[in-house]
Design a protein around this ligand. Structure first.
Ligand code: HEC
Length: 248
């Protein structure tokens, strides 16, 4: 009995620190409420990502060509709308290439105090709700190098790159792990809050897809497997009845 309790405590000790870092210090996460089967949303997310994020972040485990086939885009569309990087020789990056970017580790350290991390697996590491909360959580803070802080990521090294769309917000109330923080708009951006939320949702959908490109396929296969098991159950049940009829 004692041994069992020790094992359970040991397991908890392993799991709990992971949960704590995943949630960040005391922030209530907003529900991202995304749909990774929505191809239009994924296409928009990909477009926002290459325009607003790829200057700093790579997706080094993803290929443009895979993106093309999964998001229903042809090669020309990907080349014209999604590939903005160049190879060392100055040629446009090929469609078969990985979605790396040009920022060098040393530059990242110098400019932001830390290298912007690769984001291929960030949705799986942090969770979709966390990214959604993070991208909507930048607020003005003059004490920070870029003038912004973040409710989900205290003292973040990333500037508020979507400020043109969202505008600038001030933090009115901090909130904690149960109550969401309250923001007030200091300066409006090009979009309404609802439109901005949709942009963030598209980005989160895209990052979720990139983290596990086969997840839609997996869910479809799961459905057919469950259906198969149900049919199999009915057949075996009838078979059992048939076999036992003579016995009873
Ligand atoms: C100007 C450079 C820059 C741009 C552009 C940029 N980021 Fe960042 N981002 C950073 C840096 C630097 C960090 C690391 C912050 C830290 O560790 O303090 C970061 C961290 C993050 C993280 C947290 C990763 C983690 O798990 O710690 C996410 C998520 C993220 N960025 C998403 C985005 C998205 C989405 C975009 C595009 C809308 C974007 N970033 C654009 C510089 C950038």
């Amino acid at each position: 009995m004692k041994k069992n309790i020790l094992i359970v405590l040991g397991l908890l000790a392993l799991i709990l620190p992971g949960l704590a870092t995943a949630a960040g210090p005391g922030v209530k996460l907003d529900k991202a409420d995304i749909d990774v089967t929505n191809t239009a949303s994924l296409q928009r997310g990909a477009k926002y990502f290459v325009n607003y994020c790829m200057g700093c972040h790579s997706l080094k485990h993803a290929r443009y060509s895979r993106l093309a086939s999964d998001l229903g885009l042809n090669e020309a569309q990907v080349r014209d709308n999604l590939i903005f990087t160049r190879t060392e020789d100055g040629d446009k990056t090929a469609i078969g290439a990985l979605m790396a970017n040009a920022m060098r580790v040393k530059d990242g350290k110098e400019w932001f105090g830390t290298t912007p991390p690769d984001l291929t697996l960030v949705a799986r590491a942090r969770g979709e709700d966390w990214i959604y909360t993070f991208l909507r959580g930048f607020y003005l803070d003059p004490s920070r190098p870029f003038g912004v802080n973040n409710t989900a990521f205290d003292n973040v090294g990333m500037p508020h790159v979507l400020w043109e769309l969202q505008g600038w917000q001030r933090l009115a109330e901090h909130g904690d792990s149960h109550t969401a923080p309250v923001f007030e708009q200091a300066e409006s951006g090009r979009m309404t809050p609802a439109e901005y939320d949709q942009v963030v949702r598209d980005l989160v959908s895209f990052l979720s897809y990139v983290g596990e490109p086969r997840q839609t396929e997996r869910k479809v296969i799961g459905f057919w497997v469950m259906l198969f098991l149900v049919v199999l159950f009915v057949v075996t049940y009838l078979l059992k009845k048939e076999y036992w009829r003579d016995v009873h």
